[in-house]
Ligand binder design. Sequence first.
Ligand code: IFM
Length: 436
Amino acid sequence: MNSLSFPEDFLWGVATSGHQIEGNNTASDWWAWEPGKIEGGLTSGRACDSWNRYEEDYATMQSMGLNAYRMGIEWARVEPRPSMWDDEAFARYEAMMESLSEKGIAICLTLYHWVLPKWVADQGGWENPATCDAFLRFTEEVVTRLGKYPLLWCTLNEPNVYTMFSYVTGEFPPEKRSLKAARTVTRHLLTAHSGAYSIITDSLGGSDKHKGPLIGIAHNMTDFVPASPGRLDRAISQYQARAWNSSYIKALATGVMPRPFGNGKPIPDLAGSFNYIGLNYYSRRTVVFRLNGISNGFSKEVYPEGTRFNDFGWAICPEGIYNCLLELGVLKVPVYITENGTADAKDTIRPRYIIEHLREVRRAIGSGVDVRGYFHWTFQDNFEWRAGYTQKFGLFGLGPADPELERTPRRSAEMYARIARANGITEDIIKEYLRE
Ligand code: IFM
């Protein structure tokens, strides 16, 4: 592999979400739901205590040469009860963003990353159309108070993952298993997104894909491949790719969400309500057809000999990110990798994972996709939802049992800093980190 340079002004960042790192998000639906549900018996608890330790983390990011950070704002913190805006919580978020801005770190702000205020969940969450209005009031408040800070606005994180886990497989709160509910939720999420797009553009000036504000969603895409050339395996893998990947792209472009997660009816103002698109890419799924129900996707995963897996059992496939980027390229807006990373407690696969995925990102740029930034998931080990603290995605190690919550750099952190500083992958980096 040869050295690779990235376009001027490319963003090199890390991505996090509020609930996963801040700690004590006590007015949220997740906080109420977690006891007894989380692997390892812990709850999110104090997480990484980033609510208090943000300054030290941002200083570390700055020293690594990072110029961007994807963070979340927790709706439950700033509106713990209906229309009761918590000024102190807003002041803390403002202090965070001020500190990032002073350090020259561009902000990507996520408004919804799966966690609701408990009072919203109690009123039916995203099944209730009133949640769209509540979300828009929240968006308006955020824009009024903090609108000058973010370069990128991410209205929704991975609506497909949220709907699947919360309403189809029932692994996340509210643990429903109903395709009908999943369809309603998808519609409301996309309605909320398009409303938020209008609020942000109306308040902060016309959207311009060169100057911002840049507004989009973080779309989780998987590279689906049939395990055999057989007709049924090909059909199921294409079906999954359509349902999981393309239907959201189509919905944003045309305003109509196709089945199975949409009802084929137009969603007002959705078409074109974005001026960038975020890609969250982790892995490939190689599937065979099985009559085992929609929550299993009518399929089973079967991988060829030699496939590499991470600690979570996810198949590693760098060229998958290239395929996904090419698919997103049809939207003709800038693309940011809003998440990419791997669960690897020992850090034995992460350096190669990063280099190989970045090589594919660079290849996509060469093929004409306007990729403008890469946010590695994630900065430090954090609360991995139902898997608790068992999966380690961090450039920095962190153990929930450590009273000091010390952030311990993995080798990947040092490597990623070198990539960010060089705005690319140099021969030296390749020699040093790809040698094994
Ligand atoms: O931790 C999650 C994140 O919240 C959303 N995208 C995938 C990550 C790893 O599972």
